[in-house]
Design a protein around this ligand. Structure first.
Ligand code: 4AD
Ligand code: MG
Length: 476
């Protein structure tokens, strides 16, 4: 198979060579010009067939969506929009596509329509670009941590603990086979259904990650996580991917430094390797925003926004400072916030977005949140009120990272777990990290789809994951 991918063909000096390409027809004009796409790039390859070269029956089968194998010579193109094209010598139709039934037409479809046919949407320019960028970001995650000497730890999907203590878990049950556990009334006992134990899908790999950090010093996880929060927003999924590094001998400051460096690294990687796709998405955004009133449009284009983030430090403020800024804001004075603002609140999206979009106009790291709105494992500060937490807020998105320095002091951790009704005895394995050679350590979780949203400029999280799982949405 001496097939050449279209991206490589267009990038190389291939004029005069005979090549074989395979892909799907995007358009066919004048019984002569085929725009062929193989997913390696949004740029279609023009295939030229001579008039009279193919019989009528074959010509009729070259329809949008049909798959082809073409062998021919690469020649300079006189047409607009491409430098080279392939003069077909041999053309085979690998798979027909009934033009009447094929849902994708060679025109612009809305993201809403494409969400309905998510199983085919990779074949559009927009989703081609999004998923190539997503791929690069994922690759860059591994590249970054590998270069830093972190060990990639695969933490379990099925677990018996609630890492966040928020109770937002999907329970794992097995289909009752011959002897399902029964309740007294004879009904199936789903509560203890993982071979007699109660389990759920993981909400975070952090706790297991901490075990790894206590041996390897620095680890990261990158896997699917699940949240049974019934929130139908453009930022929440029931199944999302999270990157969670965990580092021994790090304090909160080190944690922030790593997070900022990491985010910039993966954005830079996409800028270096997916320039065309990002430029396509930038242009798409411009078109999209033409429908909005002037003051609702982005101040910076997508590429400029990413460059700005790369070239500027993230703002770092405490939670207390954030609340002060909100209380002194014109938005607060004009009663523009829907939700209450006072020390102790869990900031709502409108508050976070005010801070990043209106006040600082750049990513912001907020630290030292009230302990009562954060998880049990966060390190308690000396003020007795706050914990060494950090959230990173991004323009247009809100929270993209949640993390903290961890409570490494056994007694304080145990006490906090009891206060927050976290089952101390069942989690004895976790407390072993504090019993045997405990050290200051820290970590964070980056919501992968949230950073993909940020980098692609898309606005709905359903459009940056291949098959979105949201309330009432799990067709396949
Ligand atoms: O803030 P969260 O809940 O933090 C944790 O899970 C920690 N255990 C992470 C750690 O310290 N190792 O979630 C982390 C990030 C959020 O900032 C957000 O970007 C993303 O995960 N996230 C979601 N993304 C999509 N859909 C959801 N339902 C999400 N919930 C959280
Ligand atoms: Mg959070």
């Amino acid at each position: 198979n001496n097939r050449v991918k279209i991206k490589a063909l267009l990038a190389g000096d291939t004029i005069g060579q005979e090549v074989t390409v395979m892909g799907w027809v995007r358009t066919f004009r004048n019984n002569q010009f085929i725009a062929l796409n193989d997913g390696s790039t949004n740029n279609n390859l023009q295939i030229v067939v001579e008039l009279g070269q193919l019989d009528d029956a074959t010509l009729k089968r070259i329809t949008t969506g049909a798959s082809l194998r073409v062998t021919g010579e690469v020649v300079a193109s006189v047409g607009k929009g491409q430098t080279v094209e392939v003069k077909a010598k041999q053309l085979d139709i690998l798979g027909d596509s009934d033009a009447e039934k094929y849902p994708l037409q060679p025109k612009r479809h809305s993201p809403e329509f494409l969400r309905e046919i998510a199983h085919l949407r990779f074949r559009t320019n927009t989703f081609g670009a999004i998923f190539r960028v997503r791929h690069s970001l994922a690759f860059a995650v591994h590249k970054f941590f590998n270069e830093q000497g972190f060990v990639y730890l695969h933490t379990p999907i099925i677990t018996s603990s609630d890492a966040e203590g928020a109770g937002e878990m999907f329970r794992v049950t097995t289909l009752p086979a011959t002897n399902p556990p029964l309740n007294d009334d004879g009904s199936v006992n789903f509560k203890e259904d993982f071979f007699g134990k109660s389990t759920n899908l993981t909400v975070s790999g952090q706790l297991e990650g901490e075990l790894g950090a206590m041996a390897f010093s620095e680890i990261y996880t990158f896997g699917p996580t699940f949240r049974a929060e019934n929130s139908n927003t453009t930022r929440h999924l029931a199944e999302f991917w999270m990157i969670e590094p965990e580092m021994a001998f790090y304090d909160l400051e080190d944690n922030m430094d790593l997070a900022e460096k990491f985010i910039k690294y993966i954005i830079q990687y996409a800028m270096d390797h997916n320039r065309e796709d990002l430029e396509f998405l930038a242009q798409r955004l411009v078109e999209e925003e033409k429908q909005l009133p002037q003051d609702k449009r982005s101040e910076l284009g997508l590429i400029e926004k990413l460059e700005f983030v790369l070239n500027n430090g993230f703002e770092r403020i405490t939670y207390t400072e954030a609340i002060d800024i909100l209380l002194n804001s014109p938005a607060y004075k004009k009663k523009k916030f829907q939700y209450e603002v006072k020390w102790g609140i869990d900031m709502q999206s409108e508050h976070e977005r005010y801070l990043v979009e209106k006040h600082f106009k750049k990513p912001v790291i907020v630290t030292n949140y009230p302990k009562d709105i954060k998880s049990f494992y966060m390190r308690q500060n000396d003020d007795g009120k706050t914990v060494a937490a950090m959230d990173i807020l991004a323009p247009g998105i809100g929270e993209i990272v949640g993390g903290s320095q961890r409570e490494e002091r056994l007694e304080l951790l145990e006490q906090r777990m009891r206060e927050m009704h976290v089952p101390v005895e069942e989690m004895s394995w976790y407390l072993d990290t504090r019993r045997f050679g405990t050290v200051p350590h820290a970590g964070f979780g980056l919501g992968f789809e949230r950073i993909v949203l940020f980098v692609t400029g898309m606005t709905n999280i359903r459009d940056v994951i291949a098959f979105a799982r949201t309330p009432k949405n799990c067709e396949f």
